[in-house]
Ligand binder design. Structure first.
Ligand SMILES: CC(C)(COP(=O)(O)OP(=O)(O)OC[C@H]1O[C@@H](n2cnc3c(N)ncnc32)[C@H](O)[C@@H]1OP(=O)(O)O)[C@@H](O)C(=O)NCCC(=O)NCCS
Length: 173
């Protein structure tokens, strides 16, 4: 399930986005303070160009548990394009299909509710799981920014991806 992020999510986000194993795959590289996270929450909550959801899984009869965030950023309402971001912060849930399922819900929302027509994304070359997820969703590789990223004491390429509304879901047909 995707739901709007709330102030109560800040503490979990601090745990996730200060975890080196998680952030090696993300743009984030500086330690994140509670104040910075609160400011980010405030900015995103009021922005018309960012939409962030908490990814929750069922945990019992009437309970759910947040395991990560996903969102649309830099939404451009004229060109109808946006950038996609996702992180399952609870590492025990990596590889369980939750990322793909959450991303599918987000793409459906982007294309069928917001009337966007293109979603941009990028993945570091060593992030095989994310690349596999993007391909399952129908993303096409559009380019490669060579050695654009320094992570884990090496330069990595940034693989540039895009998904058009008409391509969405085609990969699984
Ligand atoms: C990337 C991420 C969102 C993917 O979500 P996930 O729930 O872990 O991944 P899924 O289980 O949906 O797997 C997607 C595909 O990856 C592949 N995969 C899974 N584990 C893998 C592994 N260890 N190595 C390579 N590929 C793997 C599989 O092909 C899988 O497809 P399948 O269901 O057909 O087997 C999640 O791992 C994550 O948040 N990672 C840390 C942050 C991050 O990388 N964010 C994205 C930045 S671009």
């Amino acid at each position: 399930m995707l739901r709007a992020i709330e102030k109560k999510d800040i503490q979990l986000a601090l745990k996730w986005f200060n975890d080196p194993e998680v952030i090696q795959f993300l743009q984030v590289y500086l330690p994140i303070t509670e104040l910075a996270e609160e400011k980010w929450f405030e900015r995103v909550s009021l922005s018309e160009h960012d939409i962030v959801f908490s990814i929750e899984i069922k945990a019992g009869e009437n309970e759910s548990k947040p395991i990560g965030n996903c969102g649309l950023h830099q939404i451009n309402w004229k060109d109808r394009v946006s950038t996609f971001g996702i992180a399952i912060g609870e590492k025990d849930f990596w590889g369980g299909g939750y990322g793909t399922e959450a991303a599918k819900l987000l793409m459906e929302y982007a294309f069928c509710q917001l009337n966007l027509r293109r979603i941009s994304s990028s993945v570091y070359d060593f992030n095989e799981r994310s690349l596999a997820m993007h391909k399952k969703l129908g993303f096409e590789i559009e380019g490669r920014r060579r050695q654009a990223i320094f992570k884990n004491n090496r330069y990595a390429d940034e693989i540039v991806l895009g998904l058009l509304k008409e391509e969405w879901g085609r990969a699984e047909e």
